[in-house]
Design a binder for this molecule. Structure first.
Ligand SMILES: [Zn+2]
Length: 170
């Protein structure tokens, strides 16, 4: 069994408060990846970065004072260019999600978790490392063409860091 984890493909990270040109560019490829993986019989799970109205007073908000992904807002929603269908959605209050790692661990005969989404250098890398820690015998793969970072340079840095930690970067 394979699991595709689609990380934080939300409007605010694509063309909203924290959007980038690189993020806009990957949307089509992520949509294709989702449909091909579903055709192969694998499962898809989505995460959503999720903050409250108090964002600016949180630890993350003090370091990154740009309101984003406030629950219930348009920016928080997963882009409608991706088909969520009946896939599970995990809301996460910070970068890495224990809930995602536990969900992956609950899947019987899991062979591989493939990560795509945003941002390579914050939430993709955080979740890849968490999954690697929770599931050391499961292959953890990142599809670099379906990820984008805060900057192209930090995207590349994150891919290098993940490779060093035995995450397969394709
Ligand atoms: Zn956030």
């Amino acid at each position: 069994m394979k699991l595709l984890a689609v990380i934080d493909m939300q409007n605010d990270f694509i063309d909203g408060a924290l959007g980038t040109a690189e993020a806009v560019q990957i949307v089509g490829r992520v949509a294709e990846k989702i449909s091909s993986i579903r055709e192969s019989g694998a499962e898809v799970v989505f995460t959503r970065d999720t903050h409250g109205e108090d964002y600016l007073s949180t630890s993350e908000g003090k370091k990154l004072p740009v309101e984003h992904c406030v629950r219930g807002t348009y920016g928080w929603e997963i882009t409608d260019k991706l088909e969520v269908r009946d896939s599970k959605i995990i809301d996460k209050p910070t970068f890495g999600s224990y809930e995602l790692a536990e969900y992956a661990a609950s899947i019987e005969k899991l062979e591989e978790v493939i990560l795509v989404g945003l941002c390579t250098d914050i939430c993709v890398i955080s979740n890849a490392m968490l999954l690697k820690a929770r599931l050391p015998e499961v292959r953890i793969t990142v599809d670099s063409g379906c990820c984008a970072g805060v900057t192209p340079q930090s995207h590349e840095n994150a891919l290098e860091a993940m490779k060093m930690c035995q995450i397969d970067v394709e």
